[in-house]
Design a protein around this ligand. Structure first.
Ligand SMILES: Nc1nc(=O)c2c([nH]1)NC[C@@H]1CN(c3ccc(C(=O)N[C@@H](CCC(=O)O)C(=O)O)cc3)CN21
Ligand SMILES: CC(C)C(=O)C(=O)O
Length: 274
């Protein structure tokens, strides 16, 4: 196991059931993306609960225009690196574009992320069409995090990275999808770029924790892209992100500020929500 001088005092590893049990108490879940071992150690030390190796790495690490070209090999490489750097947070790895297009392909992709990458949970984007895949993974003991709202792998259909669920019909479908993925056995749900009121309603109605990004303060937890939080993303950052390095004198201080802001519900504010 990788060790370093910034390790936090030992805390119990975060498990999927532990996150589930947190929901009724209202203790916020702090999630953050990460792509390498060095940052992983600092996220662990800052008290982050869930570390997500997102396919956003295609954009922020590889410099691509979308997440679509990211491969399972890329995800395994970065997931294994992150796993070596941390101990306590729950490690979630994204299933990249087309790696879960059918049950057999999903099983093969998820097996690699769990067995080679060291992830404890996989995340996949989409609603109704993913139910069969979610059920197949879960019945074979691979925990699944669903992802609804703005699903970046759908960028060509959506026509850009836009807020979802604004029209009543779209909101109704999103709500139905949230119930459906939870019913299929997903144990966590990322809600990206959805109106605050809709994310609140979904969070109230389903039994699994919701993790918001651009989904308002009413979710059970929050996630951000690490490089947005550090203010180093080139070009324009999504409106829902916040540069926590501003006003702090180190990466560790920025990470702790984010952890505290989520736990105390001071982030996200209205300026980060829709
Ligand atoms: N650096 C980074 N941060 C992210 O959060 C992120 C990535 N990359 N790459 C993968 C996806 C793409 N994401 C994005 C990218 C842009 C917007 C954006 O600019 N949205 C507009 C909303 C437009 C509207 O009102 O509909 C915004 O102003 O925030 C949102 C999510 C989220 N993910
Ligand atoms: C922004 C988060 C939720 C994500 O899916 C990613 O990093 O790819």
């Amino acid at each position: 196991m990788y060790s370093n001088s910034t390790s936090a005092p030992d805390r119990a590893p975060i498990t999927v059931p532990a996150l589930q049990q947190r929901k009724p108490g209202g203790d916020k879940i702090v999630a953050l993306t990460c792509y390498d071992a060095s940052f992983a150690a600092h996220l662990d030390a800052a008290g982050v609960d869930v570390v997500l190796v997102g396919d956003s790495l295609g954009m922020v690490i590889q410099g691509l225009a979308s997440t679509l070209p990211v491969s399972v090999d890329d995800m395994v490489y970065h997931t294994a690196a992150v796993a070596r750097g941390m101990r306590a947070p729950l490690l979630v790895a994204d299933m990249p574009f087309m790696s879960y297009r059918d049950v057999a392909t999903a099983m093969a992709s998820a097996t690699r992320l769990i067995a080679e990458g060291g992830a404890s949970m996989v995340k996949l984007e989409g609603g109704a069409w993913t139910l069969e895949v979610i059920e197949a993974l879960v019945v074979r003991d691979i925990p699944v995090c669903a992802h609804l709202g703005l699903t970046p792998q759908s960028v060509h259909r959506l026509g850009g990275y836009k807020v979802q669920g604004k029209l009543p019909a779209d909101a109704a479908r999103l709500l139905a999808d949230a119930h459906a993925v939870a019913g299929a056995g997903a144990q966590m749900l990322v809600l990206e770029c959805v109106p605050t009121a809709l994310a609140e309603q979904i969070t109230r109605e389903i039994a699994i924790p919701t993790i918001g990004i651009g989904a308002g303060p009413g979710c059970d937890g929050q996630v951000l892209v690490l490089y947005d939080l550090l203010g180093i993303t080139p070009g324009r950052r999504p409106r829902f992100s916040k540069d926590f390095l501003r006003g702090h004198d180190s990466i560790d201080a920025a990470l702790v500020a984010y952890v505290q802001a989520v736990r105390q519900s001071t982030f996200p504010g209205p300026e980060h929500s829709y």
